[in-house]
Design a protein around this ligand. Structure first.
Ligand code: MN
Length: 504
């Protein structure tokens, strides 16, 4: 344990409230319950399940989560209004995040009230929430622009009226570590203090860490840093900063982080930036020859976090920076045995693909290796015909005729769109021979324009084996089909087939 921090730092996760306030994000009650369950299982202390006044769906979600018996405190966001507090109590929440504007800007412009009026509302709400049996976290909205003397008064009196905890909200991300050092210590002496930061200028993590070092005992966070505008402090970043950089045991099950992150990305539809810290696609991916070589010899040379620690795996990808060591490692994973000259030739061709600006997929590597090693790859699946239709008054449908291992099969499927229907029908047609899952689907439109070449990359899995492949066409559906069939063919190749040093 580091003496920099209080002994029992806590986390309040607000993915389901502030995170859901990300424009365009809306989670249904079942999705919210699933996320809350996983947050609690990961060891998050407090889950802000929603804002009870927002909608019926929101109330349904809070009721579900509060009734699920999760090993976490279930909190809801309320304004200083009896109606909001009644919702919270009636829905079975343990606590309220009672938010009161404290800057003169918010008090005068948003509330059109005086400091005295707002303070009186806050005290009344604290007393009312306590009378309804709720734990109260009294939260100062826009605290970083507030008169700190006024803030201390409202917090001190709030605690006298029964508030259990306090929260400093840097509502629009204007805090600095210097201001934290000045503002936080006197407030943290009043009662246990939470810090709630936003990332408008990219300072959310820095300010949160500074507040924790200055006496705050709870960090408000969201998974993937989701939240209004530029988002909140990311759970995964605070946890890993504490664990890795300060040697502080957070009690969070870090190995759950990546699956939690993926779940939230999937349910919210907000994709992760590929270079996002800890959870981004590239966070544990190596391409450069020297780095990849170093990591293969000793991972800590170019990795600050062990991927397993956050539930991830290291990935070596091939491209123009790849050296022969990474290519050889990738080949041996696929059972290819190339001699030195063949390896040199494969590396040369891989670099050429990379130079052309292509992501080098597993299927690309296999195609190159097959060509260089003169291995004949008989396609397991051949396509005879393919049709997909969509329109304003119909369900998108795709039909296909394939020859799978010499047997002709025709099938049809519907989907959320023609591409989805196409993916479904292809999976269905091979389902007798293999359960192939589409793990990831990625589209790049190369150069603007509706006639652009569309580059589709898919990641497929079968019994834990994963392969990436690509299709490139001006027709997005056909590009998807091409990628899918290429990938399936590679996945279905006999795993123990001899890919040795054939004479060339
Ligand atoms: Mn917020």
């Amino acid at each position: 344990m580091s003496a920099l921090f209080v002994n029992n730092l806590r986390f309040l996760d607000t993915t389901l409230r502030d995170g859901e306030q990300t424009p365009g994000v809306s989670l249904n009650p079942d999705q919210k319950l699933e996320i809350a369950t996983r947050l609690a299982a990961a060891g998050v202390d407090i889950i802000e399940a929603g804002s009870a006044a927002a909608s019926d769906g929101e109330r349904e979600a809070i009721r579900l989560i509060a009734g699920a018996g999760l090993p976490a405190e279930i909190c809801t966001y309320v304004r200083a209004l009896h109606g909001d507090i009644d919702y919270a109590a009636d829905l079975g929440a343990d606590s309220v995040h009672l938010v009161v504007p404290v800057s003169d800007l918010h008090i005068a412009k948003k509330m059109q009230k005086t400091r005295e009026q707002v303070a009186a509302m806050a005290y009344d709400a604290v007393e009312y929430a306590k009378s309804r049996g709720l734990i109260v976290e009294l939260s100062g909205e826009d605290a970083s622009r507030a008169d700190q003397q006024f803030l201390q008064e409202i917090f001190s009196e709030g605690v006298r009226r029964g508030a259990d905890r306090l929260c400093f909200c840097d509502t629009v991300g204007l805090l600095t570590p210097e201001k934290v050092a000045e503002f936080i210590p006197p407030l943290a002496r009043i009662a246990p203090l939470s810090i709630h930061c936003h990332d408008d200028i990219g300072f959310a993590l820095t300010n949160t860490m500074a507040a924790l070092k200055n006496g705050a005992s709870c960090a408000h966070v969201t998974v993937n840093g989701l939240g209004e505008r530029a988002g909140n402090t990311p759970l995964e970043e605070v946890v890993m900063a504490l664990e890795i950089l300060y040697g502080y045991k957070t009690g969070i099950k870090t190995e759950e982080i990546y699956s939690l992150s993926s779940l939230v990305a999937r349910h919210t539809g907000v994709p992760l930036p590929i270079n996002k810290a800890v959870v981004g696609e590239m966070a544990f991916t190596h391409e450069s020859g020297i780095h990849a070589h170093g990591v293969m010899r000793e991972p800590s040379t170019y990795e600050s976090i062990k991927p397993e620690m956050v539930g991830r795996k290291r990935r070596i990808v091939l491209g123009k920076h790849s050296g022969s060591a990474s290519v050889e490692a990738a080949l041996s994973e696929m059972n290819y045995k190339a001699d030195d000259n063949q390896l040199k030739e494969i590396v040369k061709r891989i670099k050429k693909l990379g130079d052309e600006g292509k992501r080098v997929t597993d299927a690309d590597l296999m195609a190159v290796a097959d060509a260089v090693l003169a291995i004949e790859c008989k396609p397991f699946i051949k396509m005879r015909q393919f049709t997909a239709t969509s329109g304003s008054h119909m369900i998108p449908t795709a039909s296909v005729t394939l020859v799978v291992n010499g047997v002709e099969m025709t099938g049809a499927a519907t989907g959320d769109g023609p591409v989805d229907a196409a993916m479904q029908v292809l999976r269905k047609c091979v389902s007798d021979v293999a359960d192939i899952r589409l793990e990831e689907y990625h589209v790049d439109a190369i150069r603007g324009g509706t006639d652009a070449l569309v580059d589709v990359t898919v990641r497929l899995s079968k019994d834990g084996k994963i392969i990436t492949s690509r299709g490139a066409r001006t027709d997005i559906i056909m590009a998807s089909v091409e990628a899918m069939i290429a990938g399936m063919n590679r996945l279905l190749r006999e795993e123990n087939e001899d890919r040795g040093k054939n004479p060339r």
